[in-house]
Design a protein around this ligand. Structure first.
Ligand SMILES: [Zn+2]
Length: 303
């Protein structure tokens, strides 16, 4: 595959990668989760046809596009192992994995945010002027929200009122580059589409994993409501990666995807804070991060 994992990824690069996957591999079904505010495609991959499913989501946040690359490489490695008939990948048994499981992957939930963080307001099309005024500076490298200035990981139906309270305490009352949760849960097409998919899969879904950066931490609970066994899984992710299990509550945080999956669907869900350093993590950090995150992804995919 012709992806340079050491360069920043854009929605266009992801689309080219996706088109190439269709041409090269039979063990993947490609569809679309939906479209962003600006009409960018949000690709959805399904690997395998097993009864039970796992779901992986990258790039809720614009400045965390390296998480898309992690899921692209994961997709590629799984398909490659299957094509070559390998029974192991990075020391993990993958023989028969795609017969047993369905692995759903949304590599880039927030393509507009990724494009804005990478290219600035010019990537926001008709919303260019609005995005400029929301950001208040020419430096978009820390832009996390979608193109309407809604932080997608604060826009889910999980103690949303507390989420709004917390953001007001931070002085956030309107669209912002980060931490504004929107007017109501799932107000954004990106979150509505992912929540719909998750609800649709809920009967077969064993767990959901959202990748973020950074801190090398694993979050597994929400308000003490995590299903039984979720903490054991988090410990397991920690053992295979060296990442720390974050003991909640670290800080009050509501309205996240993990929170919604735990509270509303009763399914184990995890936030993995990939890598260490300052956002956006430098592209040269990719392989070091992947080496630690791959065992988490493989454990989650086969659990
Ligand atoms: Zn994030």
């Amino acid at each position: 595959m012709s992806v340079d994992y050491l360069s920043p990824v854009t929605p266009e690069i992801l689309q080219a990668f996706t088109d190439e996957l269709i041409a090269k591999h039979q063990d993947i079904e490609i569809s679309t989760l939906g479209a962003s505010i600006l009409g960018r495609n949000i690709p959805l991959y399904q690997l395998g046809h097993g009864k039970s499913a796992s779901l992986f989501v990258g790039a809720h946040h614009g400045a965390e596009a390296i998480t898309s690359l992690l899921l692209m490489k994961f997709t590629e490695d799984i398909l490659d192992a299957k094509r070559r008939g390998l029974s192991r990948l990075a020391g993990f048994s993958v023989g028969g994995l795609l017969e047993r499981r369905s692995i759903y992957i949304v590599p880039m939930l927030n393509p507009d945010g990724v494009a804005i963080a990478h290219l600035g307001a010019q990537a926001a099309g008709v919303l260019k002027d609005r995005v400029k005024s929301i950001n208040g500076s020419e430096d978009f490298s820390l832009w996390q929200a979608n193109a309407r200035g809604v932080d997608l990981n604060h826009n889910y139906d999980a103690e949303f009122a507390k989420c709004k309270e917390a953001e007001r305490a931070l002085g956030i009352f309107a669209s912002a580059p980060t931490r504004y949760g929107g007017e109501y849960p799932e107000s954004e097409p990106e979150t509505a589409a992912l929540a719909d998919l998750t609800r649709m899969l809920s009967k077969q879904l064993r767990l959901a994993v959202a990748l973020h950066t950074q801190g090398e931490e694993i979050y597994w609970d929400f308000e003490g409501k995590a299903p039984k066994g979720a903490n054991m899984l988090a410990e397991c992710f920690s053992r295979v990666s060296g990442y720390r299990v974050a003991r909640p509550p670290k800080e009050a945080s509501y309205g996240g995807y993990k929170d919604f999956v735990i509270q509303k669907l009763g399914i184990p869900a995890f936030t993995i804070e990939c890598g260490n350093g300052k956002n956006p993590l430098p592209p040269c950090a990719f392989y070091g991060i992947y080496q630690k995150v791959l065992p988490i992804l493989l454990t989650a995919a086969s659990f």
